[in-house]
Design a protein around this ligand. Structure first.
Ligand code: ACM
Ligand code: ZN
Length: 546
């Protein structure tokens, strides 16, 4: 059907009137829900006019100032005058850092008749105050249409300091512009970490200057199709610097992941000699060959990875580097390798999995040498001992991520006991590559089962219902989107939203304020907004009342 502009305007007016009569308000689109909201009654609205002026102690080029102008232009079609430090007037927006407010992400947003004030100790906190203001304008459609904002006071800070999503450009390469687009969406929902899974069997996606072969070979999953062929590509260090700054402006820290000692076919395709003795003759075809590992008893593995970690540590300002450690198929590699077997004898080990300690002792020494801290996937299965005992040999400075379905309670218990920090990515709740509904777009889903529905995601309590003292070591959450079946950014966002909204609330909002029915209501305007901004999302039709 083709609408004329006039008809479209009439339809928009009708939708707006309908929204107003359904009681849209200044809290209708707040997501994640702030932890303290105070409605102010009996006061006049703030009005945005051509005289609205910004008072600020931020430098002129501060990203928050651009973000404020963007919000005003997008929502009410009006820029504000940049008045600076001494601005005054009766339609004033004050956006200022205030060291008296405790907490890096804690903001206080106060809307009264003559003034909107956003305060926080850091620009990151101010950025979140702005994101909340944006959602107030999105939700309160009738007032927004009249350039009015109803008085409200929001004093808000997150439940958890670590709120991550993970992308996997190793499997299917995602160009920088697509990653930026994803970061834009993350920032709307106050995510502050992007874990980039940069290396796997199917690809090596980061330029390493000392070892150019890693990308010359490893970045070309389909070598016959050239640099722009499907699934080919890598990030240059210059591109990554730009991406890291883009993310930092939006309070998103990028944590690089180099997955070892398994998931390494792309490395072995470049340097076959880094594998075990019996794997030399196996042809390494990226995207097809799996289950190979780096050899534990091969000096070249440690010198090459020392070079790689050095460059990664210099490139990424994050204090953390993720080294994987998951799904190492030890019995097909270290068990059959002459070198690994002789090392076991020398060290008096009885199980090949003990070589993991030897391997990671050497790798983590490089991580520490270059001033970083390690993150590892929590792999209890590999080290399961008789009688269901677990040999928990992770060093204390390793932050672990729990992920295997069913093992999270054990991971919580063991990390608490041994003093490790823990990030929560239990497969049951946070695996965004699982289908959202049985049978939903099988071509986007690597796994037939299990299904992780939006409602299941929403039920996720990162504290697992434990008393605060027992989960004090939990840093936060990570929604993982493995890329085996995720070929482009539209599939990425389709798998992320709306479940990423549920996880955002799990990371930010205290359990006492979380409520499924309220979440559903607040989700709809956000989904409409995402679609309007060109984000491919999944409409959760299964939860719409019939
Ligand atoms: C993982 O899902 N292999 C950590
Ligand atoms: Zn070996």
């Amino acid at each position: 059907m083709i609408f004329s502009t006039k008809k479209l305007k009439l339809v928009s007016l009708f939708l707006l009137t309908a929204a107003c009569s359904f009681g849209q308000s200044n809290t209708s689109a707040l997501l994640p829900l702030p932890n303290h909201i105070e409605q102010i009654t009996g006061k006049k609205n703030f009005t945005i006019t051509s005289q609205t002026t910004v008072k600020t102690n931020l430098p002129k080029q501060a990203f928050c100032l651009f973000e404020l102008q963007r919000i005003l232009r997008d929502r009410v079609g009006q820029s504000a005058i940049m008045g600076g430090f001494t601005a005054s007037g009766n339609s004033l927006i004050e956006l200022s850092t205030d060291p008296g407010i405790q907490g890096k992400e804690h903001y206080v947003l106060d809307i009264s008749e003559n003034k909107i004030s956003i305060k926080g100790a850091t620009q990151d906190a101010l950025f979140y105050g702005l994101k909340t203001l944006d959602q107030i304008l999105l939700g309160d459609v009738c007032n927004t249409a009249n350039k009015q904002i109803t008085p409200i006071r929001i004093d808000d800070e997150p439940r958890f300091g670590y709120r991550a999503l993970m992308l996997d450009p190793a499997r299917h390469f995602l160009p920088v512009e697509d990653v930026k687009f994803y970061i834009d969406q993350m920032a709307k929902y106050k995510y502050n970490v992007l874990q980039l899974h940069l290396t796997d069997d199917q690809g090596w996606r980061v330029e390493i200057k000392k070892h150019p072969g890693l990308t010359e070979t490893g970045a070309f999953r389909n070598p016959q199709t050239g640099p722009n062929g499907p699934d080919n590509g890598y990030y240059t260090q210059q591109q990554l610097k730009d991406l890291i700054q883009y993310a930092a402006d939006r309070n998103v820290e990028i944590i690089p992941e180099l997955d070892i000692p398994g998931h390494t076919v792309a490395v072995l395709a470049t340097y076959p000699e880094l594998g075990c003795t019996h794997t030399d003759t196996i042809q390494k075809i990226m995207g097809k060959t799996v289950d190979l590992m780096l050899c534990a008893n091969n000096d070249k593995v440690y010198t090459v990875y020392d070079d790689i970690i050095k460059e990664i540590a210099e490139l990424f300002p994050s204090s953390k580097i993720h080294l994987g450690g998951d799904e190492a198929v030890i019995e097909k590699n270290w068990t059959k390798c002459d070198r690994c077997q002789s090392l076991m004898k020398q060290l008096g080990y009885t199980k090949e999995s003990q070589l993991m300690n030897y391997f990671f002792d050497k790798i983590l020494a490089s991580v520490r040498k270059y001033g970083k801290e390690p993150i590892l996937w929590c792999e209890l299965d590999n080290i399961r001992m008789p009688a269901n005992e677990y040999l928990f040999d992770y060093p204390k400075d390793a932050t672990l991520i729990t992920w295997r379905a069913g093992l999270t309670p054990k991971c919580i218990e063991l990390t608490a006991k041994h003093g490790n920090s823990l990030i929560m990515a239990p497969g049951e709740y946070t695996y965004l590559d699982y289908p959202q509904l049985k049978g939903d777009l099988p071509e986007f889903n690597n796994w037939g089962m299990p299904v992780t529905t939006l409602e299941t995601c929403y039920q996720f309590d990162p504290g697992y219902g434990l008393p605060a003292a027992q989960h004090a070591h939990i840093q936060g959450i990570c929604g993982t989107l493995w890329g085996e079946a995720i070929k482009d950014i539209n599939r990425v966002t389709y798998m992320t939203f709306p479940r990423g909204l549920a996880l955002a609330e799990a990371g930010w909002t205290q359990m006492e304020y979380r409520d499924w029915d309220s979440f559903k209501e607040r989700m709809y305007p956000n989904l409409m907004n995402l679609m309007k901004q060109g984000v491919s999302i999944r409409i959760p039709f299964e939860i719409v009342p019939r």
